[in-house]
Ligand binder design. Structure first.
Ligand SMILES: [Zn+2]
Length: 467
């Protein structure tokens, strides 16, 4: 029985960005799950997009915002929510509460203002509204009417799926929002477990039509690719997102170095002599945050710590904060072609420090670029990925650069569950939902996932909400 609530999906309906879902009770009070930025060409039903950021619905009766995790496409519109007048609690996990101010500060600096006083005032307001909730504990959201509980989602540190409970006694009704779910073997993070039961599940479907390769294969390919790249000297440039993937890559590189101590990565270069450079203040801050929040790491990562290893702060790792030092490093590595791995944002090469590296090295065959993340249409990253292997060119800062560096793509470094994981999330529930609503996926991914869920669970109502 549906006790008279409704869903409104303000984002991540026709695509994967701008996540913002509203659960409205029969008396008009509501909660939001996430409030993210749209990216690339994606928009909301009412036309909010990467340029039109204002909140396009009333927040008067919104009693709380629950944050599943701190990726920008899930939290990036919080400043606009606050400026629309929202003063309710921002409920999130303890690790997210630590990381959220870092993300929002960066988002404000990049997209809104450089005025530090204004930023500080905003962050103080956010600080007053954040309510950190431990995993697996119920907390009241709207009096006796609505309670919420978070559980680990294994996607990035602090990520959670969210369970709401409406009503009392026999009339209890449960609704689960998956947020972004991780793959079971995501480095550092414990695998997500399914809810015990729910009446309705709002499920992400980013990789609803795909199955990832195993983590072991992926690590082997990362190693082989680096070894091949170092064969002709030079850098391996990895454009990466600051949160999640950078830390996963570091974790995997530490493992590769540990397994291959004193073995050559290429003639004349040993794995343990290689420099690994994180050239991004935000990625460095997040890596420090990840390192600090080790009580949330999985068993494997904690075992490494106990054995004296430092998966996110190992010896070969250098972080660059200062801009002058960044420019020096670009110049030095471009000139000497000393083998090194450089991780820098942005992930799609549309800005950030990676652009300086690319401008200096893309035209030089001794260097290599390794893509580990999705490259959206219209970004320099997509052009380099697509035209680089054919000897094409790309534009960076308005300048045409002929691509001579090696260009590689390593798939599978996704912090998302694949089709099997998504099916397991539903299939392992003791009390299966009556309804599953698929969001956060492209049309093809949602259709494919809907078809297999219907096949496995005849009678389950699988809904693909439309924008
Ligand atoms: Zn995410």
């Amino acid at each position: 029985m549906n006790p008279g609530y409704t869903f409104t999906h303000h984002g991540a309906v026709d695509g994967v960005t701008g996540s913002c879902h509203q659960l409205t009770l029969s008396d008009g009070q509501s909660v939001l799950v996430d409030c993210g930025l749209f990216q690339g060409a994606e928009t909301s039903v009412d036309g909010a997009n990467v340029d039109r950021l204002a909140i396009d619905f009333s927040v008067e009766k919104v009693r709380a915002l629950v944050v599943t995790h701190v990726h920008i496409d899930h939290v990036g519109r919080i400043p606009y929510l606050l400026s629309a007048g929202f003063r309710g609690p921002i409920i999130c996990s303890q690790a997210s509460a630590t990381l959220l101010p870092l993300v929002l500060e960066d988002a404000l600096k990049v997209g809104v203002t450089r005025d530090q006083a204004l930023i500080d005032r905003f962050l103080a307001q956010v600080g007053r509204q954040i309510v950190a909730v431990p995993y697996k504990q119920w907390r009241s959201v709207i009096g006796d009417e609505l309670r919420v509980k978070l559980a680990p989602a294994g996607h990035i540190l602090g990520s959670a799926w969210v369970e709401f409970e409406l009503g009392q006694g026999r009339n209890k009704h449960r609704i689960v929002f998956s947020g972004d779910l991780g793959a079971p073997y995501t480095p550092l993070l414990p695998a997500p477990r399914s809810p015990y039961g729910a009446d309705v599940v709002v499920l992400e479907s980013t990789y609803g039509d795909a199955v990832h390769e195993s983590r072991k294969d992926r690590r082997r390919r990362l190693q082989a690719l680096c070894e091949r790249a170092f064969g002709n000297k030079g850098c391996v440039l990895i454009p990466a997102f600051s949160i999640g993937r950078t830390q996963e890559l570091l974790y995997e590189l530490e493992e590769i170095i540990h397994r291959n101590r004193s073995r050559p990565a290429a003639p004349g270069v040993n794995w343990d002599d290689l420099d690994i450079v994180i050239d991004s203040p935000l990625a460095a801050d997040f890596t420090a945050g990840y390192a600090q929040l080790r009580e949330h790491w999985d068993k494997e990562a904690r075992r490494k710590l106990a054995a004296g290893r430092h998966p996110l702060a190992f010896e070969q790792l250098t972080t660059i904060d200062d801009h002058a030092l960044h420019l020096q490093t670009v110049e030095y590595l471009a000139r000497t072609a000393r083998p090194a791995i450089v991780i820098a944002a942005s992930g799609m090469c549309s800005g950030g420090r990676i652009v300086n590296y690319l401008k200096a090295m893309l035209g030089d065959a001794r260097h290599d670029v390794l893509f580990v993340g999705y490259q959206a249409a219209g970004t320099p990253g997509r052009d380099i990925q697509k035209y680089g292997p054919k000897g094409g060119y790309a534009y960076l800062d308005g300048k045409r650069i002929d691509i001579r560096a090696g260009i590689h793509t390593l798939g599978g470094y996704s912090a998302h569950a694949d089709q099997n994981d998504l099916l397991n999330f539903i299939g392992r529930m003791r009390h299966k939902p009556e309804q599953v609503r698929l969001v956060h996926g492209d049309a093809g991914a949602k259709q494919a996932l809907a078809a297999v869920i219907r096949q496995r669970h005849p009678g389950m109502d699988v809904v693909v909400p439309r924008g």
